[in-house]
Design a protein around this ligand. Sequence first.
Ligand SMILES: *Cc1c(COP(=O)(O)O)cnc(C)c1O
Length: 372
Amino acid sequence: MSSIYKKYDLKPVINASGRMTILGVSTPLPEVVAAVNLGLTHYFEMQDLVDKTGAYIAGLLAVESAVVVSCASAGIAQCVAGVIIQDDADLLLNLHAKPTLVPCEIVIPKGHNVNYGAPVATMVALGGGKVVEAGWANECSSEQLAAVITPNTAAILYIKSHHTVQKSMLTVADAVAVAKTHGLPLIVDAAAEEDLRLYYQLGADLVIYSGAKAIEGPSSGLVLGREKYVAWVKKQSKGIGRAMKVGKEGILGLTCAIETFLSREQESADQMVNKMQGFMSALNAISGVSAKVVWDGAGRDIARTEIYFDHDVLGVKATEVVAALKCGEIAIYFREYKANEGKIEVDVRSVSTSQLDVISQQIRQLLQEKPQ
Ligand SMILES: *Cc1c(COP(=O)(O)O)cnc(C)c1O
């Protein structure tokens, strides 16, 4: 294990920031690793593998249809391509090569047109779509969404994420109602969400998840939804989907991860709080530093440690602490959205108790306090 770090001159990482793409997202459980390994070491009739794992996942989730894709971004691009191309065999082979003469506008609330690490609009463009924004930077109502729908609209895209503007935004159920009224499909990007059934049950036609985030699978994505739409998405393997192909290992790994995810008891917020007790005591013993439990801002059942660095006492800013801890022999990454206010958050889900000890020791050392 550690020889890989040595061989390629890589830094070991303690990930206290959550499911972060820049750090490798998550570390799948042994049974998922075994499924990946089984995939890598066997042959399959690939079309059968795609169809039958998709049907298996659909059965687990009580949805009409599902397909494993290479990542959520590929899911967005292929859902967009699917609703534009539909059953047009010529367009499937000529998307981007010929002018698109069918509806290709994808309506999206302006506050959802975000950059999650790459822009949503780039994925829409990859799928042959043209983003049409509805509403304003800080608000979008059902009426504002409906107002930009024209005969050239192919679908409505809703991004369910902490990355988007949350205030004065229509809900997924509202978007479903608008889509139904106008006879359009609704695509929901729920990449990092934990509920694999909710948006489908609310009436979305296609729902997209990232395989490695909440589900903790290998790099992969899941598209689920109504039969007709998922069938259009699957056709993309002969078009743009070929450039974003998922391997047999990803297909089997994610299918296993979904099953495990549904059956395993999720670490509860109470368990997270228990895990961080000793860590918080160690931090609170350092003068100028205080630690307390905070709850996930997006309403998920996640507890985190918030550490406050008192600039007046320490003479050091939280932003400097964060920067320094990334530069140590072990790179430590925190949630640093509020670092400019002196606060950082520790997401303990991917951190062992011994790693929490390392973090508190490193902070103590950095602030040049002697161990007690
Ligand atoms: C992470 C994320 C994506 C992309 O997921 P990948 O699987 O990394 O492609 C898309 N949309 C949102 C809202 C995300 O949070």
